[in-house]
Design a protein around this ligand. Structure first.
Ligand code: SME
Length: 160
């Protein structure tokens, strides 16, 4: 169950998704809501999975630009999620031996896969400049966001 604070943010995301027919715009609006809604969300982005080339492509983000706009499957936390299809919470990114640093200020990270018809088509990545900042609430919220994004935009997400 989401706490009141998390439920309120989720409500705002639902409104933003319903208000935007264009998936890029809906994702951008949602990521801005997430980043502005929580002090511990410093960067929020969506990496799309190209399964043929085995590369993740950054499609939409909120926060400072990163040079890591493409990530091979298996590399970094994002690349590992592309293969495992499971949430990855890193309370301290310094302790990760397979990690790609986008910004030296980042201390913890949470990556949650987004499924379309049971296929992992990408992931939401959240960076935090605070150590151990993510909880089960963040995982639940992101899982809900991923499900809503998938339901709202369906296969149009494949041509983001
Ligand atoms: N830290 C990620 C790379 C993406 S940036 O955080 C935006 C990783 O290890 O995959």
């Amino acid at each position: 169950m989401l706490t009141t604070k998390y439920s309120l943010i989720l409500e705002k995301v639902i409104i933003a998704l319903n208000a935007n027919n264009n998936p890029s715009k809906g994702l951008e609006a949602s990521f801005n809501i997430l980043r502005e809604g929580f002090d511990h969300y410093d960067w929020v982005g969506f990496y799309f999975a190209d399964h043929k080339a085995k590369i993740l492509h950054l499609k939409v983000f909120s926060g400072i630009p990163t040079e890591h706009t493409t990530i091979p499957f298996g590399k970094g936390i994002c690349g590992q999620v592309a293969i495992s299809n499971k949430n990855f919470m890193a309370p301290n990114v310094q302790e990760q031996d397979n990690y790609i640093s986008c910004n030296i200020n980042v201390k913890s990270e949470l990556v949650v896969p987004l499924f379309l018809e049971e296929k992992n088509i990408g992931q939401i990545d959240i960076d935090s400049n605070t150590l151990s900042s993510f909880s089960e609430q963040d995982e639940l919220l992101l899982e809900d966001c991923c499900e809503l994004i998938s339901k709202t935009y369906g296969s149009s997400l494949l041509s983001l």
